[in-house]
Design a binder for this molecule. Structure first.
Ligand SMILES: Cc1cc2nc3c(=O)[nH]c(=O)nc-3n(C[C@H](O)[C@H](O)[C@H](O)COP(=O)(O)OP(=O)(O)OC[C@H]3O[C@@H](n4cnc5c(N)ncnc54)[C@H](O)[C@@H]3O)c2cc1C
Length: 520
């Protein structure tokens, strides 16, 4: 089914009262919208920019229990995330897959230490385990991770976790919610909450593309706005004390020649106590991340020089070929919405679980957590909304609900695999118009057909939507993405009834944005 923005906007006028309005179209909000709609609630989701424009496009791309949280003793959280990992791999096998990770060891005891911990990780996954942990000799470690420096290496441990494409999953969740009956809108910002007799009874929304404002009535309102959580709570209660403590994480993306092979590398403890990952992703490698407390909450956070240097320095300690600034294709930064804990200053020790709050006026806020647990977060948000706003009871059905694009036979080598069951429809576009097979740029894997598909079926409204989130061009190779912008704008314009001037403006805006992702 295609997501038609115009039709959804029409529903803003036609629907008299929604059961549940979700503010925020990141992992959490989309999870809540899928949950609410699939229970049968009349559901609306509004996102101020594009789906996953915020933190949800900027993750390490892991569907994981969190090995490091196990080391911190948070067994309950790890068990829940491992269960969610298993369910996601079952319900969306086209966007998530099993990946082997290798932890190198440099002392004989490390191999035993990690392998005992990781065997427990497997055990906690129970039936949803992705494979057994194995101890590796030095030779096998080098064979599996050819890029690893042999200096002091004594062997390694191999374990399994999941990997995904965060924005592709976000788009598929939006599609799933729509198929379950929800209205899902990007570029619609909540500018105020409406109250009737001190209870929240709806939201004021502005369509940022047309400027038009709407007053929308709803029985329950869920605030799933990530690092913007406090701003929305303030609309409810101007005296509210902030609950979110944003922490920035940066990644760099390099060509696979720096890290060939199919396995990921995990370094359990960097100098600041974090883990460092080198993860093959599409045809590139992601290295990161950092954990920097930040005061400025922005939709486009900027990587700090010291964060980039930290990643290069730590990666180069373990890799045989050394990464330099000029080798970086893209750098991207994201803000974790961590829950504040009194007296704790370092964000790396703040809890990673999620929190749900119901305000006196009935606003349900859900924040914290991680992408992996988006489904349970959605469930908790809807359970609380149904309770607080006295909606008729309906049980959650998402544990076994296939996500849009679901198909059994996946081949991750195929560039269209990520589109799942939609891949054959994209191929059909090419059969009808063979020129759509041409790539948008020689260094990017995407065809012109994926641009047409994104506009016609995935609610892509801007060049950035296509290059950053429908395809991952900006995250794989920022320079190539900028070079492709003019072509992409020219494909989009007629489909969106836009002018030559729109095209120029789009290219200008995208080029300006790309400076955040480029180092040279
Ligand atoms: C560096 C980094 C790496 C990570 N890696 C992983 C990982 O590998 N695996 C994992 O499981 N998790 C990971 N996470 C965590 C995960 O990415 C986040 O927990 C998750 O994306 C948060 O989603 P969210 O929906 O709560 O927030 P967001 O994605 O930020 O979504 C909130 C949305 O609300 C919208 N919004 C705000 N105000 C309004 C308004 N007034 N009206 C309408 N919309 C509004 C915003 O535009 C935004 O899109 C990582 C996080 C970071 C920062």
């Amino acid at each position: 089914m295609m997501m038609d923005r115009q039709k959804m906007l029409q529903q803003l006028q036609d629907v008299r009262q929604w059961d549940i309005i979700v503010i925020g179209g990141g992992a959490t909000g989309l999870g809540a919208a899928v949950d609410a709609a699939s229970r049968g609630y009349k559901t609306l989701l509004v996102e101020q920019e594009d789906f996953a424009k915020g933190t949800s496009s900027r993750s390490t791309k892991l569907v994981h229990g969190g090995v490091r949280y196990l080391a911190q003793g948070n067994i309950k959280m790890v068990r829940e995330a491992l269960r969610e990992r298993g369910l996601l791999l079952k319900n969306a096998p086209h966007v998530c897959h099993n990946l082997s990770f290798i932890i190198p060891s440099f002392h004989w005891w490390q191999k035993w230490y990690y392998s005992i911990g990781l065997s427990m990780y497997d055990l906690l996954a129970g039936k949803l385990s992705l494979g057994k942990t194995k101890m590796l000799s030095k030779k096998t470690t080098q064979q599996l991770v050819p890029a690893i420096s042999s200096q002091n290496l004594s062997g390694g441990v191999l374990y399994h976790d999941g990997q995904f494409d965060d924005t592709r999953l976000a788009v598929n969740l939006a599609q799933t919610a729509e198929e379950q009956g929800a209205a899902i809108l990007n570029y619609c910002k909540v500018i105020a909450l409406i109250k009737t007799e001190k209870r929240i009874s709806g939201v004021e929304v502005q369509d940022l593309l047309s400027g038009k404002k709407y007053s929308i009535s709803g029985k329950a309102v869920i605030n799933a706005t990530g690092v913007f959580t406090d701003k929305v709570i303030e609309m409810d209660d101007p005296n509210h004390q902030p609950i979110v403590s944003p922490s920035q994480g940066v990644h760099i993306v390099v060509n696979e020649k720096f890290f060939p092979g199919k396995q990921a590398l995990m370094i359990p403890k960097t100098d600041d106590g974090r883990v460092l990952f080198a993860v093959p992703w599409h045809d590139k490698v992601i290295l990161g991340t950092t954990d920097t407390p930040i005061n400025d909450i922005a939709l486009e956070p900027k990587a700090l020089q010291e964060e980039i240097d930290f990643i290069i320095h730590h990666s180069n300690r373990y890799l045989s070929s050394q990464i330099e600034y000029k080798d970086i294709n893209t750098v991207y930064a994201g803000l974790r919405p961590l829950i504040k804990v009194k007296g704790k200053k370092s964000t790396s020790i703040l809890p990673r679980d999620h929190t749900t709050i119901i305000s006196e006026s009935g606003l349900v806020t859900i924040t914290g957590g991680k992408w992996t647990t988006y489904r349970t977060m959605g469930k908790h948000a809807v359970d609380n909304a149904a309770f607080a706003c006295k909606l008729p009871k309906h049980g959650c059905v998402t544990a076994t609900l296939p996500i849009h694009g679901f198909q059994d036979n996946t081949n991750i080598e195929d560039v269209l695999n990520i589109y799942g069951s939609d891949a054959k429809k994209i191929n059909q576009l090419i059969i009808e118009q063979p020129s759509l097979q041409e790539k948008i740029h020689p260094a990017l894997p995407y065809s012109k057909a994926t641009v047409v598909w994104a506009v016609q079926n995935e609610m892509a409204m801007t060049v950035e939507d296509v290059l950053a989130r429908r395809t991952r061009s900006l995250f794989l190779d920022a320079k190539a993405a900028v070079e492709a912008a003019t072509l992409v704008a020219s494909i989009m314009a007629p489909l969106l009834n836009q002018t030559e001037e729109w095209q120029q403006q789009q290219v200008k805006q995208f080029t300006a944005l790309s400076h955040n992702y480029l180092l040279h």
